[in-house]
Write a protein that binds this ligand. Structure first.
Ligand code: NAP
Length: 326
């Protein structure tokens, strides 16, 4: 038996509920490998789950993605061997740990040219951007794309990917301090959505053209303005709620704003089967090779500092992705 150091929550609440404990880790079962984890990706969903916005059964671990080295293989495992570098983003909650057993169908190899830390910073977020730009709405050259929270983790990748596909990208950010990061990621124009007239500023930046697609992960503070910025027959992809849940609307408003398409997608159903997961991961690696996936690592914390990582994310002071290094 190995002793793993894991984050465990016995209650939902502020970042103070994040506790580290030691737990016996049995050898990997049939079809699993045991990972020594080297880098863990923080994702905003970790905050929703820790705080109870997305309730979990208690006690629970936390975290969806990590990178690691295979330390032991269970019965019947032939896809990976001891020493291989692998990563996952959808293997159940509990990635905040220094060691973990993971089913092999949840794993992909980490490409040689990507470091563990970069892999942990991008994988979950790029898998999110992948379905948003390739499936929810297929971004094409000449489109106008509006990305909210464009200096954040997913936001930077969405902006760089949409720009790589030839779109005119407008990003929004919550403070002027984040303008440069959003530009660096690929935004043609950046608007501060803490200004009440931000939607007008978006239209000014595009010369009056509304967006073919709006990627809105902020929700409460942005959703109604997002509808105003969307072109007739355009798509509003509401895929997060960093500022709180979106206001309720009458479906009729979608007609009035121009026969809009509204969807509330998630990365998990898009990767629900091993075949889908492998196919989407391949698309992400291709996009990385094309230079479409840009994100800066804006915060690096030890596993012991996981609560500080959450506080940093919630304070909105971080640009780019946050990782934990056990
Ligand atoms: N549905 C899916 O499949 C899926 C998958 C992954 C992520 N997501 C969503 O995508 C969003 C981005 O995720 P991420 O992990 O990359 O996080 P992130 O963008 O690095 O952090 C969230 C960002 O939201 C903005 N924000 C606006 N109001 C906020 C508030 N009241 N409190 C905190 N932040 C606020 C902040 O940017 P400013 O300071 O610039 O406003 C902050 O940087 C999250 O909403 C997440 O839930 C959805």
């Amino acid at each position: 038996m190995t002793t793993a150091r894991i984050v465990s929550l016995s209650e939902m609440g502020s970042a103070d509920v994040i506790k580290l404990i030691d737990k016996e880790l049995p050898p990997p079962a049939k079809g699993e490998v045991q990972l020594h984890q080297t880098a863990i990706g923080f994702n905003f969903i970790d905050v929703y789950q820790r705080s109870g916005v997305y309730p979990l059964d208690l006690p629970t671990g936390l975290g969806h993605e990590a990178v690691g080295v295979v330390e032991a293989v269970g019965e019947g495992v032939d896809r990976f061997k001891i020493g291989d570098r692998v990563m996952y983003m959808n293997a159940g909650i509990g990635a905040y740990a220094n060691a973990r057993n993971v089913p092999v169908d949840k794993l992909v190899s980490v490409p040689d040219n990507i470091s563990d830390e970069v892999a942990a910073a991008v994988f979950f977020k790029a898998m999110t951007a992948q379905y948003l730009v390739q499936k929810t709405y297929k971004v094409k050259a000449g489109d106008v794309v509006l990305v909210h929270a464009a200096a954040g983790g997913v936001g930077q990748i969405l902006a760089s990917w949409a720009k790589g596909l030839g779109a005119f990208v407008v990003g929004t950010v919550g403070s002027p301090a984040k303008f440069a990061a959003a530009k660096e990621a690929g935004c043609d124009a950046v608007v501060d959505y803490s200004n009440a007239n931000w939607a007008e500023e978006v239209l000014k930046a595009t010369g009056g053209r509304k967006a073919n697609v709006v990627y809105d992960s902020v929700a409460k503070d942005t959703f109604l303005g997002s509808l105003d910025c969307t072109a007739p027959f355009g798509t509003v992809a509401l895929f997060g709620a960093a500022s709180g849940p979106a206001p309720e609307i009458q479906p009729d408003i979608l007609n009035k704003k121009g026969c809009l398409f509204l969807t509330r997608p998630s990365v998990f159903p898009h990767n629900a089967t091993p075949a889908l997961f492998q196919e989407n991961a391949k698309a992400v690696f291709e996009a990385i090779a094309q230079g479409y996936v840009k994100v800066q690592i804006g915060g690096k914390f030890s596993l012991e500092q996981a609560a500080d990582a959450h506080r940093a994310a919630e304070s909105r002071k971080v640009t780019g992705a946050i990782i934990l290094v056990p």
